[in-house]
Ligand binder design. Structure first.
Ligand code: PLP
Length: 354
């Protein structure tokens, strides 16, 4: 770090994204991207004309995307804000609403802690229970802002909507942010509850279920007042936070919602298949409601399994945190991708005679 960086940031530990190898071709099961391309309509939404229009700034109101998003989610346009990936919505929240502290699980999306440190927030991590379920009672009437990923990452476990509602209801003076990055793979969305509770903020993304990780677009849904604050923060940092091409393609994506929901059904099928096949090979696999599974085998250390898969051209995500270092997080791809993972696993076990 240079001697010029703010002293409050000297100890900053940035978020570590999953590997994005640019040379070797991997079966890439490490960052929870969709194995399916955007729909035909989305692919056709950008041509020379749209590229030519890049000389113009993007729509600061993001009208087209917000209207379609509101329709798909069953809310009003004024209850939505569009952001540069959902990470930006999270950034706005941590930067602007958490002066009285914030609470999240100890094992969850790693960016929460990074933001909390970045803004020198007073934060508490609630340990997941030994079976990796959320210690729900600890969140009831905790009287601090709460951030909860549902389904959680990297476990894939989901909380029922009734539990989310109880957390929201018991903390009326604080915001409960529900990060629904993986909601389309089988969880129950809290979006309808935003009509009933003004302290609920639901954050979502186009990166996972809608095949747009590289376009960088996410959103938040909440009461008119909360969303209006989010827009104020957005206009105070970057009113053109989402670029023209991304807005254009996201509109086409929302017009093709059925295609994406159908892809989610395929991913759920492949998830159930991969879960059963890994369990048949002796792995413990958590019951995932996301587009990844969290798995470990008593026969091989988590890191070694990760490294040997990588040698065979299959990339999965390994975390070094001692509580979860025996596990790997494996993104669900196509059926063929899952078969490559399973054959590579069989080969590894054969080579090690285990
Ligand atoms: C992937 C992910 C995000 C970030 O998604 P982007 O929209 O690509 O910024 C946020 N939260 C969780 C839990 C995620 O897994």
């Amino acid at each position: 770090m240079s001697r010029f960086l703010n002293s409050s940031l000297k100890g900053l530990v940035p978020y570590t994204p999953g590997e994005q190898p640019q040379n070797k071709k991997y079966v890439k099961l490490n960052t929870n991207e969709s194995p399916f391309p955007p729909s035909e309509k989305a692919l056709d939404s950008i041509g020379r004309c749209e590229l030519g229009d890049l000389r113009l700034y993007s729509d600061p109101v993001c009208r087209g995307v917000r209207e379609r998003l509101a329709r798909v989610l069953g809310v009003e346009t004024e209850n939505t804000v569009v952001t540069n990936g959902s990470d930006e919505a999270l950034n706005f929240f941590f930067a602007s609403f958490c002066e009285n502290g914030v609470v999240f699980n100890d094992i969850t999306y790693g960016f929460y802690k990074v933001f909390a440190d970045l803004y020198s927030l007073d934060y508490t991590e609630i340990p997941l229970l030994p079976d990796f379920s959320v210690d729900v009672d600890k969140f009831i009437a905790i009287n601090k802002n709460v951030v909860i990923a549902n389904p959680n990452a990297p476990t894939g476990l989901a909380l029922p909507l009734s539990v989310i509602e109880e957390i929201v209801r018991s903390n009326p003076e604080n915001i409960v942010l529900v990060d629904e990055a993986y909601i389309d793979f089988g969880g129950e969305s809290a979006v309808p509850l935003t009509k009933k509770y003004d302290n609920l903020l639901v954050v979502g993304t186009f990166s996972k279920s809608r095949s747009l990780a590289g376009a960088r677009i996410g959103y938040a849904v909440g009461s008119k007042e909360l969303i209006s604050d989010m827009h104020a923060i957005r206009y105070s940092t970057n009113p053109y936070n989402v670029n023209r091409l991304t807005l254009k393609i996201a509109e086409a994506v929302l017009d093709d919602n059925g295609y994406y929901m159908n892809n989610c059904r395929r991913i759920i099928e492949n998830r159930e298949y991969a879960t059963a096949e890994l369990r048949r090979r002796g792995f413990s696999v958590l019951d995932s409601k996301a587009n990844f599974i969290f798995a470990k085998s008593e026969k091989i250390p988590g890191e070694e399994y990760y490294l040997r898969l990588k040698e065979k051209g299959v990339l999965v995500r390994h975390f070094t945190n001692p509580r979860i270092c025996e596990y790997n997080r494996i993104t669900i791809g196509t059926k063929e991708d899952m078969d490559v993972l399973l054959s590579a696993t069989d080969e590894i076990f054969k080579e090690l005679s285990i």
